[in-house]
Write a protein that binds this ligand. Structure first.
Ligand SMILES: C[S@@+](CC[C@H](N)C(=O)[O-])C[C@H]1O[C@@H](n2cnc3c(N)ncnc32)[C@H](O)[C@@H]1O
Length: 220
């Protein structure tokens, strides 16, 4: 078991409460959810696969979810008893090739490195139909250049977007997420900044956002 896997096994029972039942988590969720919803609006849950589905925050969009952590999946199962939840790593998913129109993975890439991204990419290519989409979030390479390295934390990987093109993807859309340094804003004011984000996204270049949601297709 690697350190990321161990970490999520240990925090699973507190994950929802600690990450998403506070003003910071609600803010992130309120930014990400409408983007994902718009990208998946024309497909039904059976056409979609979520990789690293965790406790099921976004399993309303997919019938099938994969996660390496048994404890995270246990919570997802309580929320979505009808879903097909598979305990597996992203690089060896025991499902048929070309099974899905859309595959999405949120807050996973930050834990990876170049060689793991390559494995994720290969598995997504295998499982996606030819005209299918891969949707993932990627921390801003540009913004991370100005941050000190946090070697104590295994979530600081921020690859340049060209890595995905080199792996055979065409990026069809880049959605910026979070321009406001919301962790510096007092809790009670945070909700009010959601509308500011919309305005900022029209004024500030996408690569200045904290992270981006990429919509990609296999390069023909
Ligand atoms: C930050 S959580 C995100 C969960 C969910 N996507 C969300 O946004 O709430 C990261 C998830 O990635 C999963 N994960 C880590 N390594 C993985 C791997 N090798 N294969 C599949 N899932 C993995 C963890 O178990 C955890 O559930």
């Amino acid at each position: 078991m690697d350190s990321v896997h161990r970490y999520y096994e240990d925090i699973a029972s507190k994950y929802d409460q600690d990450r998403f039942q506070n003003s910071y988590g609600r803010y992130i969720d309120a930014l990400e959810r409408p983007i994902l919803s718009s990208l998946l609006s024309s497909s039904g849950p059976k056409e979609n696969l979520e990789i690293a589905c965790g406790t099921g925050r976004f399993l309303n969009f997919a019938h099938t979810g994969v996660d390496v952590s048994k404890n995270m999946l246990k919570i997802a199962r309580e929320k979505y008893p009808e879903a097909h939840l598979v305990n597996a790593s992203f690089d060896a998913i025991p499902l048929e090739e070309q099974s899905f129109s859309n595959i999405y993975a949120f807050h996973l890439v930050m834990h990876l490195n170049d060689s793991k991204v390559e494995k994720l990419s290969k598995e997504a290519m295998r499982l996606l139909k030819d005209d299918g989409s891969l949707i993932i979030d990627v921390p801003s390479h540009f913004r991370r250049r100005f941050k000190s390295k946090r070697n104590d934390w295994h979530g600081s990987y921020a690859p340049p977007l060209r890595i995905f093109e080199q792996l055979g993807w065409t990026i069809t859309k880049v959605h910026p997420v979070m321009f406001v340094p919301i962790h510096r804003i007092p809790n009670r004011f945070r909700g009010g900044f959601l509308s500011v984000e919309k305005v900022l996204s029209t004024l500030i270049p996408t690569f200045c956002a904290s992270y981006m949601i990429l919509e990609m297709r296999k390069t023909q």
